[in-house]
Design a protein around this ligand. Structure first.
Ligand SMILES: Cc1cc2nc3c(=O)[nH]c(=O)nc-3n(C[C@H](O)[C@H](O)[C@H](O)COP(=O)(O)O)c2cc1C
Length: 179
């Protein structure tokens, strides 16, 4: 049964991001700055065959220096229709060159490229949201690849909630937990 739960967890994550309106497309990504947690919503873009999780960001955003100092991260998903929470913790890799990088950048088309070509870095103060400047000549696209080390599944349901944890150090064998 634990094997099946791990499969369900992965399938929820894999098929969630394919659907525009699926809750699992928009997880919360946590990093650490000076021993303090920092969270933000991101779009999950892809999963690799090893179940590494792919996201996109601007290489100048604060999360980049946070992951450079401490690659530990946590990605939290919640589907309110299924009362299902999935937590994936691991290490973040930042990729800014190479074939994989170019492949993903080539998928970012048209208006979506705007997110990566602002003249000033994300978080720079602006007087007016309509006055953000762009520089079409260079982009700051960065691939984020989360390599999972721990995964947790929590399904609220009657008569019994189901909570299970899976650890890479334990060959991804599962363990039920008291919810
Ligand atoms: C629905 C939604 C989706 C978002 N998707 C992304 C994303 O895929 N990548 C990203 O870097 N920021 C995304 N953001 C913006 C982040 O939440 C965050 O504001 C930004 O990345 C700056 O974060 P940082 O300063 O902590 O690095 C998204 C925000 C929302 C509301």
């Amino acid at each position: 049964m634990l094997n099946q739960i791990l499969e369900d967890l992965k399938n929820e994550v894999k098929f969630g991001y394919l659907k525009k309106k699926h809750a699992f497309r928009y997880p919360s990504l946590a990093s650490i700055e000076d021993n303090t947690p920092v969270q933000r919503t991101v779009v999950l873009r892809d999963t690799t065959k090893d179940f590494d999780l792919i996201m996109y960001t601007d290489e100048r955003s604060d999360k980049i220096s946070q992951f450079q100092n401490n690659p530990s991260c946590s990605l939290l998903f919640y589907n309110h229709k299924k009362l299902l929470q999935v937590k994936i913790e691991g290490k973040m890799n930042m990729i800014t060159s190479g074939k994989e990088y170019e492949d993903y950048w080539s998928r970012v088309q048209g208006k979506s490229q705007k997110d990566f070509i602002t003249k000033n870095p994300p978080g720079t103060p602006v007087d007016n949201p309509d006055e953000v400047e762009y520089n079409e000549d260079e982009h700051h696209f960065c691939l984020l690849k989360l390599v999972p080390e721990h995964m947790e599944f929590l399904q609220l349901k009657r008569p019994n909630h189901i909570r299970a944890r899976f650890d890479k150090s334990n060959n991804w064998e599962g363990q039920f937990l008291n919810p």
